[in-house]
Design a protein around this ligand. Structure first.
Ligand code: 3HC
Length: 311
């Protein structure tokens, strides 16, 4: 009966085991996973736009090939995550519609423009670096299909982060203009990258329950701190400064103290008023509409295959 099913669910969570699609789960657990996995998938797909902006203008064939591979990876990450989400009883058609209609979110970071080629390196270094900090613990998330999707995604994110850092290292060894481009890019992306981890724990509506269910293994602030501590030495090695006057090593804590993100900006971007929100969603809507014929043809072909098998 329901009580026994609930007890079994609680035991699985308490033992840090996996909940699988056929297991009983509370509706609230299912809905929170649909919310988070869909948002994660939407982020991967929308995230293709800012980077794609530089594919046709990459400075060499090598850089173009690397960027193409990365953008294709992001599309694949989106598909793994939509597949994981579909095991919870939703369709990617419905999820895409919710995204386009503004009823589901995607990561705030992709609502910022990519104004210079250095942004391609900064996104790899900082944005994919932040994503790795957030996604490695998600490999151990309590919902099986989500955790397994994360394992493959994390391997590919590491390539994304390394190619971004290598690109910036190359530019820093270049001309003064190139070094200035890198610094200007880092100045624009540092704070939005910190905002990727979500609001402070006190402001986070979902963290406590997500931790109790083993969906999250660390809080927003814990992962943000881990990202800062990992990234500051990399910035020093690169030779760029980070735009935070309050950033200082705290010997007692064994971690860096740092300033407070502009939470008004964060919530404005989350609510749709960022620099590129309208453009990103309009682009996704156009791709969805222009791709309708492909979906219809594939569906018709699949149906014809079935009838031919039946005959
Ligand atoms: N952008 C947009 N919305 C955000 C956000 C952000 N950076 N941070 C938080 N929010 C939203 C939350 O979704 C929530 O709204 P909702 O209840 O309507 O969903 C609200 O703000 C309050 O935040 P919470 O902390 O309560 O929400 P969560 O517990 O879900 O934590 C999260 C937010 C840490 C982003 C968590 O959802 C998560 O870990 N998601 C999976 C990872 C992910 O989405 N990463 C996207 C990064 S981009 C990426 O990975 C692509 C790579 O190639 C770079």
């Amino acid at each position: 009966d329901e009580r026994e099913l609930e007890a079994s669910f609680e035991r699985t969570i308490a033992h840090n085991d996996r909940i699988e699609p056929r297991d009983w789960m509370p509706d609230a657990y299912r809905n929170s996973l649909i919310r988070q996995i869909a948002q994660h998938a939407h982020s991967e797909i929308i995230g293709m736009q800012p980077e794609a902006n530089w594919i046709t203008r990459a400075p060499s064939l090598r850089r173009k090939a690397i960027l193409l591979a990365k953008v294709q990876d992001e599309a694949g990450h989106g598909l793994y995550l939509y597949s994981a989400c579909e095991t919870l009883g939703v369709s990617r058609d419905d999820l895409t519609r919710r995204l386009i209609e503004g009823r589901q979110k995607y990561s705030s970071i992709f609502n910022y423009p990519t104004l210079s080629y250095a942004d391609v390196g900064t996104i790899g270094w900082l944005v994919d670096g932040a994503a790795i900090c957030n996604q490695v613990p998600l490999c151990r998330t309590s919902y099986g299909p989500y955790g397994r999707a994360m394992i493959r995604i994390c391997k590919e994110e590491s390539f994304h982060q390394r190619q971004g850092y290598e690109l910036l290292t190359t530019m820093m060894r270049g001309t003064d203009e190139q070094r200035a481009l890198v610094q200007e890019s880092v100045d624009r992306f540092w704070w939005p990258a910190l905002m990727m981890f979500g609001p402070s724990d006190e402001q986070s509506a979902n963290t406590e329950q997500s931790m109790a269910w083993g969906i999250k293994r660390h809080t927003n602030d814990e992962l943000r701190q881990r990202f800062v501590d990992m990234t500051v030495p990399q910035a020093q090695a690169l030779g760029v400064t980070l735009p935070d006057p309050d950033l200082v090593w705290n010997e007692e804590r064994g971690a860096y103290d740092f300033g407070t993100p502009d939470w008004d900006e964060f919530w404005a971007v989350v609510k749709g008023d960022g620099p590129c929100n309208a453009q990103r969603v309009a682009h996704r809507r156009r791709a969805w509409d222009e791709g309708a014929w492909v979906r219809e043809a594939a569906t018709a072909f699949a149906a014809s295959q079935q009838t031919s098998e039946v005959r």
